[in-house]
Design a protein around this ligand. Structure first.
Ligand code: GSH
Length: 203
């Protein structure tokens, strides 16, 4: 069976669609939404969390975008895209987990305020606090990217696609990263890849 990847690209499934496109993987894209589709029994058998994305391959099911991407890169990616050196591999995990834990919760607070709550329930102070909070991880990322094109050095790897994929939500909420020029340049380079445009065009 071919690889089947569930999830619409205008969601966090974008991260895995982007990775699959970047890795040049032949996959069936199932445009499962984060609404009713993801709560149907057939889908819950693949991802009992009822969230997108999820991957199926020969009876093997996997959920969590970062896990899916790390698996795809290691198992199916071109040489070098998933590092063979254990320390570089660990740094790949580091940046993937860091994005989910240090960036994701803050950007989600902004997403909820801007897109999900009715106007009368929105609180500008929550947005301001989350935006202020983002300055801390962005400073770390910016310092790390000083003198480096990509997270692990000269070449793009799955670490970049994972972190830039998480940070795609910042793009969606129009968060200005120009105050962190290295991070901003790196994000622009990641988003300039053909795979990014192909993933965006999936829905
Ligand atoms: N940590 C998960 C988050 C997945 C997630 O929350 N996806 C949202 C769409 S952006 C979803 O499926 N929501 C439906 C729901 O929570 O019922 C991942 O990175 O894969």
């Amino acid at each position: 069976m071919a690889i089947r990847l569930h999830g619409i690209s205008s969601s966090r499934a974008f991260r895995s669609i982007w990775a699959a496109e970047e890795l040049g993987i032949d996959f069936d894209h199932v445009a499962t939404t984060f609404g009713a589709d993801s709560k149907e029994d057939g889908y819950l058998a693949v991802n009992p969390n009822g969230r997108i994305p999820a991957l199926e391959e020969d009876g093997f099911n996997l959920f969590e975008s970062m896990a899916i991407n790390l698996y795809l890169a290691k198992q199916h990616g071109p040489e070098g895209f998933y590092p063979s050196d254990p320390r570089e591999e660990a740094q790949t995990w580091q940046w993937s987990v860091w994005g989910i834990s240090e960036i994701e919760p803050l950007q989600m607070e902004i997403v909820i305020q801007k897109f999900f709550l009715p106007e009368d329930k929105r609180d500008a102070r929550v947005v301001a606090r989350a935006e202020k909070g983002l300055a801390r991880p962005l400073k770390v990322l910016d310092a790390h990217l000083e003198g480096r094109d990509y997270l692990l050095g000269d070449s793009v790897t799955i670490a970049d696609i994972n972190l830039a994929g998480v940070m795609e939500l910042l793009n969606m909420i129009g968060f200005d990263t120009s105050g962190w020029p290295n991070a901003d340049r790196w994000l622009a380079a990641c988003r300039g890849r053909n795979s990014y445009a192909r993933a965006k065009a999936r829905d």
